[in-house]
Design a protein around this ligand. Structure first.
Ligand SMILES: [Mg+2]
Length: 258
């Protein structure tokens, strides 16, 4: 199989991106990008050096840094990102400092239905399958479950949710998330672009939901996929370690020497 695009040299890519037009908005997914993927989402930690390089980037003029994750903002806060990093959680439904708009009664009733389906799927998935509850969605994780049982449970769940009016589902790596309210990293990135008045938006992500963010970018922007999965992104880096190397090279170009 050939990769499109191929893996890039992280340092070279950092130097290249530093030549973009400012202001620059740097949008970063967390899991699989700033934090190596682990069996259980609760055990994920930032890669050593990430917090430092983000702190450096935040000292550059006309640079905004935002973390955009499927996680709830409360869960994003546990990573210890620098305080000036904007936090956008739950695929864009939650923004740090801005209250979540409470579910209306129809959304609440639909979420209850989705929770029932998710619980049933986790049961089918057996040991290691578990359900994560968020304000407007529920996710079934199968990374630690038996592969065949877990995959079958998520496949059945994807079909079952089609019977729930107004609900939607986002597949990720070993997870299926069910939404009672529409959410997309694409609209989150658009909102951040407007708020930061960025002339260039860069987004780095590893998962299927990050493709929505890539799709919201235009020709002057920069999309970077982490890992081997199919993508519409322009550039590709191999691992979170390469993301760190890339961000360090970018900081070397954009920031005053320390
Ligand atoms: Mg991710």
């Amino acid at each position: 199989m050939t990769l499109t695009p191929e893996y890039h040299n992280p340092k070279q890519l950092g130097i290249e991106v530093a030549g973009c037009e400012l202001p620059l908005l740097i949008g970063l997914d967390i899991d699989g990008v700033l934090a190596p993927l682990v069996d259980h989402a609760d055990n994920a930690r930032l890669l050593d050096g990430i917090a430092d390089v983000l702190t450096r980037l935040l000292t550059a003029d006309h640079v905004t840094v935002a973390a955009v994750s499927g996680r709830a903002v409360s869960s994003m806060r546990t990573f210890g990102l620098p305080a000036a990093v904007r936090l956008v959680g739950s695929h864009g439904m939650e923004q740090d400092g801005r209250p979540f708009e409470p579910l209306n009664s129809a959304e609440r009733a639909r979420l209850d239905q989705l929770i029932e389906l998710a619980d049933a799927a986790a049961n089918t998935g057996g040991d290691g399958a578990w359900v994560e509850h968020k304000q407007a969605s529920v996710a079934v994780h199968i990374r630690e479950a038996d592969r065949a049982l877990g995959t079958a449970a998520l496949a059945a769940l994807a079909i079952a949710i089609q019977g729930v009016d107004g609900a939607s589902a986002k597949p990720g790596s070993n997870v299926l998330e069910l939404f009672t309210r529409h959410a997309s990293k694409g609209s989150a990135v658009e909102r951040l672009r407007n708020e930061s008045r960025a002339r260039t938006v860069m987004f780095v992500g590893d998962d299927l939901t990050d493709e929505e963010a890539f799709a919201a970018l235009n020709e002057a922007d920069i999309s970077i996929k982490v890992g081997p999965a199919p993508t519409i992104a322009q550039f590709r880096l191999a691992t979170p370690e390469h993301v760190l190397e890339f961000l360090s090279a970018l900081a070397d170009c954009l920031c005053e020497p320390v």
